[in-house]
Design a protein around this ligand. Structure first.
Ligand code: ADP
Ligand code: MG
Length: 677
């Protein structure tokens, strides 16, 4: 991981205006244009289509909550004018809207106490059924300011514009809808991550991947609501309020109407220019957050190295720097948001100030009543809320767009590598062919140079060459864990790029150089690769790989549970167990990447012998150092600097004076003699 990001302190100016480079190898372009933002929103809307029933339920339930908001200002007017001030109903030129007719009929001819009693009863019934208050309710879990701790809130977030029984129903529908969308997306992302090519997903990306699955994905449902339900109900609410304003006050005070209309575009145009800056700061904040998670994951998974090399202090500083940077960027995005919202509120502040003066004048003149003042405060308050939503709407969704972009980025990443649609491979009967294969790692390093090679079923192949010569890279091409930069890898004559990747990997077993054991029992580790393995299969594999001698000494034998990635076993034991796990799989192609380092010569001979007998129906590729192993192979492929230098049996190659392999063996022989490797 590059250290440049930690040494250079981020600046607000650069975060807002500049382009940032992250220590992220595959996702280093965090800037989102408006067109891309729109396309991300479109894809979020498609997620809603997966929960049509819930969405309709939510839509209808939310619709019911528009009315209490409209009713309340007028009920306040009756309390002020007709109950407290005891004026006659309809004493001013202001007209009650038609939906108040039933309530007006109820209080017709009642004295002030009767009016209060009636209104209180109506209010009480509303309180129980729909809550009667226009305010959000959400599943508020304890959360900090940063995106990570808020994401669990987001995923179980329901919101209702009301409370009471109706609000509760809406809330439950909302939570279920949010969770099912987020869950769907999380699972898709997880699936995608587990299929990413190895060059994209090395272990330094674990923290970032976690962050995307756990913290970024839950933002998608919110983004979908914020671009559908929210604007719809805000617009509907605003239009209804504007209509009522026109209906009731249009005659009395026309200025009130045009002020309300004028505020809409003003709020929008003052805030819109900020959206780019807000999007960038949010993207930076999320990238910094996942870099922090990465650093932590890296230190934790290398805890032995950190402790043994006395690097604890340095790791601590590195983490503190990442975490500090993440918080700083969090503050930057807040500064930009606050500045933007303040500006939008300022526009409304000025409008509200003017309206107050205007209406006070009218009340003093007797054209309006004090109750009308209350109605206007209510209506204007609602319109301000609904319209300012449009002003900051584009702004508010930027944070979520930034989060969701990170999810879609990986979902889309190199989708041609995700070959689920290809032809299925039942079995490999002929073998593997490399045809003009070149391969360069993303950093530009060319690891394979024009490889032409045929590996046939029934052969035991030894892949030999100095460290860094490209053996592992070449072997990774067979199960398509890496794909050629140019040229073809053919399996039984089919280009691997046209094959279903799952069915291909079913036929190829790769025992990695690094042991990758699960922290489950030894038995589970074996069954993980072949659920159908019998007790006898497992014992065979364990014996061949030389595992029985240490398993017999464990208290629970084969049912002993291993520690994190198998670390309760010695490295040699872990490696043997990895080999046994590969053997139990019984697939057409078996690749062992330097299995021998941890085996003593006797066990190794035994292993190679049993591989020989197994290789009649299989292709076995062993990447090996030890001469005794290499010598038994049917053919040796000697690699140097990414090129095939020699192919043939040990005796053939040794008979050739100019053979690069022979030269290598002679050098190696000296070294082996000295080091007793
Ligand atoms: P071998 O297995 O023969 O030791 P590898 O196939 O692992 O060699 O590596 C071949 C070359 O590719 C080496 O020079 C190595 O440094 C380089 N290499 C390996 N993995 C990567 C990677 N992920 N990114 C860049 N270069 C790599
Ligand atoms: Mg290697």
């Amino acid at each position: 991981m590059s250290e440049s990001a930690t040494t250079e302190r981020p600046s607000l100016i650069r975060d807002v205006f500049g382009k940032n480079q992250f220590d992220d190898r595959i996702d280093s372009k965090p800037d989102i244009g408006t067109a891309e933002a729109l396309s991300i929103i479109g894809r979020c809307l498609a997620l809603l289509a997966k929960v049509p029933g819930l969405f309709c339920a939510k839509f209808v339930l939310r619709m019911g909550l528009i009315f209490p908001g409209l009713l309340l200002p007028w009920m306040a007017k009756i309390v002020i004018d007709n109950a407290i001030l005891q004026r006659p109903i309809g004493g001013t030129e202001v007209v009650f809207p038609p939906f108040m007719d039933p309530i007006l009929a109820l209080i017709e001819g009642k004295d002030p106490v009767g009016i209060m009693l009636t209104l209180t009863t109506i209010y009480f019934v509303m309180l129980i059924t729909i809550g009667g208050r226009v305010k959000g309710t959400a599943a508020r879990l304890l959360a900090g300011r940063e995106a990570a701790s808020q994401s669990e809130n987001t995923i179980s977030q329901g919101s209702s514009a009301g409370s009471g029984l109706w609000g509760l129903a809406e809330f439950m529908v909302d939570v279920r809808m949010t969770q099912s969308i987020a869950n769907n997306l999380r699972s898709r992302l997880f699936d995608r991550l587990s299929r990413l090519p190895m060059t994209a997903l090395d272990d330094q990306r674990i923290g970032d991947s976690l962050y995307r699955v756990l913290h970024d994905a839950p933002e998608a449902p919110e983004l979908a609501y914020q671009t559908t339900l929210w604007p719809f109900y805000s617009l509907l609410g605003a239009l209804l309020n504007l209509y009522i304003l026109q209906y009731s006050f249009g005659e009395v005070s026309p200025e009130l109407i045009w002020i309300a209309w004028a505020a809409i575009p003003m709020a929008f145009f003052t805030t819109f220019p900020f959206s780019g800056a807000l999007r960038r700061t949010n993207q930076n904040k999320r990238a910094a957050g996942s870099a922090t998670t990465n650093t932590m994951e890296e230190s934790m998974s290398n805890v032995a190295a950190v402790q043994s090399l006395g690097a604890g202090d340095q790791e601590h500083k590195r983490f503190a720097a990442k975490s500090g940077e993440s918080f700083l960027r969090e503050r930057y995005s807040m500064i930009v948001l606050i500045a933007t919202i303040s500006l939008a509120s300022g526009v409304f502040g000025i409008a509200a100030f003017y309206v107050s003066i205007l209406v006070s004048d009218r009340v003093i003149d007797g054209v309006m009543s004090p109750g009308d003042f209350a109605v206007l405060i209510g209506i204007y308050g609602q319109i301000a809320g609904q319209i300012s939503f449009f002003g900051i709407f584009w702004i508010k969704i930027q944070d979520r767009v930034a989060a969701v972009r990170r999810v879609f980025f990986l979902l889309d990443y190199e989708s041609e590598g995700d070959r689920t649609g290809g032809a299925t491979l039942e079995q490999i009967s002929e073998g593997v062919e490399f045809s003009n294969v070149n391969f360069s790692y993303p950093n530009g390093h060319q690891a394979l140079d024009d490889i032409n090679l045929q590996l046939r079923t029934g052969e035991l192949i030894a892949l030999v060459g100095p460290t860094g010569s490209g053996k592992t890279t070449l072997a990774h091409m067979i199960p398509s864990m890496l794909t050629p930069t140019s040229g073809q890898v053919l399996i039984d004559g089919h280009d691997v790029m046209t094959l279903d990747i799952g069915s291909l990997r079913e036929q190829v077993t790769y025992v990695f150089q690094e042991h990758l054991l699960l922290s489950e029992s030894i038995r589970d580790n074996l069954l993980f690769t072949n659920p159908a393995a019998t007790e006898a299969d497992m014992m065979d594999a364990l014996t061949t790989a030389g595992c029985m001698e240490f398993i017999d000494e464990l208290n629970n034998g084969i049912d002993t549970v291993l520690g994190r990635s198998g670390d309760t076993l010695s490295v040699g034991q872990q490696q043997r167990l990895s080999i046994a796990r590969g053997l139990v799989r019984d697939s057409s192609v078996l690749i062992l990447d330097e299995p021998t380092a941890a085996l003593d010569p006797a066990t190794e001979n035994q292993l190679v012998e049993s591989l020989r007998s197994a290789s009649a129906s299989r292709l076995v590729v062993v990447i090996a150092h030890r001469l005794s192993t290499i010598r038994t192979a049917d053919r040796i492929v000697f690699l140097d600097e990414g090129r095939v230098m020699d192919v043939g049996s040990h005796d053939e190659l040794m008979a050739n004076q100019d053979s690069p392999y022979r030269e290598f063996v002679e050098l190696q022989g000296d070294a082996e003699g000295m080091a007793q490797k």
